[in-house]
Design a protein around this ligand. Sequence first.
Ligand code: FAD
Length: 399
Amino acid sequence: MKHRIVVLGAGYAGAYAAGTLARRLSPADAEITVVNAEPDFVQRLRLHQLAAGQEIEAPKLTDVFAGTEVRLRLARVTTVDPERQVVTLADADGGGELDYDTLLYALGSHGADHGVPGVAEHAFDVAARPSALRLRERLDSLCKGDEGGRVLVVGDGLTGIETATEIAESRPGLSVTLVARGELGAALSAGARGHLRQVCDRLGVTVLEHTSVEVVEATRVLCADGAALASDATVWTAGFAVSPIATAAGLEVTENGRIVVDRTMRSVSHPNVYAAGDSVYVIGDSGRSLPMSCASAGYTGMQATAAIVGRLTGCKIPNIKLEYHGNHISLGRRDGILQMVDGEAQATPKFMGGRKAARIKAAIVRMSLWTTSHPTFGLPKRKHHLAAVPDVSAEKAAA
Ligand SMILES: Cc1cc2nc3c(=O)[nH]c(=O)nc-3n(C[C@H](O)[C@H](O)[C@H](O)COP(=O)(O)OP(=O)(O)OC[C@H]3O[C@@H](n4cnc5c(N)ncnc54)[C@H](O)[C@@H]3O)c2cc1C
């Protein structure tokens, strides 16, 4: 019987990993199935652009995996049962179960509301395509009508900064306010912060610092200091959270639900489960955990596939670097910031701001799309046959 590998999620980590596995393992021995809720590859890095009204490419996953022998299952994963080695799926036909021998969990993340009342009911976000499209519709109606046009972006992390500047540039008729809990761009170097302020001024983005939003209502938000800020569209960008599926499955997770793995991306509690991308908690080469990011999705996806192939074929498992060098932030289409960070993930004084930074960011985004939508390009064509498949239950017992 073939070894059944199931990859959950076809985002930056999962799509690349599924293609890589298909290229490396002989289809005579291994059957690779990727499960994804959406039929397209979603460029999450560009969802703020989609919300602002721009068109972004969304390659069909059937095209991405064409010729790779990867089986694509369009369905929503609802549960994972690692004891029975079964994944439960929901789709238009009622779903069903999928058995696996090896699981690669790469379900990414979604916007975190941090329990703030009203976020789920009244706020928009750019963490997923459907929600970005809902925001875009709202911005369209604000631009058409005369009901106002006050957009409040809550959260001045990288996503909030990118979203506020993108909307301000694409829709100059709207008034955009960026609400920051502390000082604007606190995680950036002094130089980068100064550049960010200049760009916000140029684009007409009002910055409200040291402001904590405690309640979101339909037409306003209420702040900790008692202030009420009127808003026609509140965009919540105050961080990301992961799906509760891994926790419910009984996998060892951190307190916020990210799967704890070893250096090879293998679950520390369930040896035939691997994880990659935003879902995984892993200590990088600097000794700190890798942040949720596209670069981390790439490195963790590569390491997970290298480990799966190595363990199944008896080949040596290489150590893929697990590093994080910096933040690439777009500020609309004509400006940006590249902020270098040190081994402690702290901003160094080294940064680049301006048009060149915007071009580099755009090139990185294009490259991420290209490598993900051509997941087998450039890999060795040699297909490995499986060695005697290790008995993971025996390994688990020994551990
Ligand atoms: C607006 C925005 C801008 C960003 N900008 C940057 C940036 O500039 N640089 C950077 O490094 N990072 C950025 N990020 C973060 C980056 O997008 C993520 O870190 C990255 O997408 C993680 O990759 P992933 O493969 O783990 O998850 P994803 O890319 O989210 O892929 C997860 C996949 O799983 C699918 N899925 C989820 N749940 C289920 C389910 N239950 N059943 C079936 N399928 C499911 C999803 O449809 C998706 O296809 C940005 C994020 C956003 C939202």
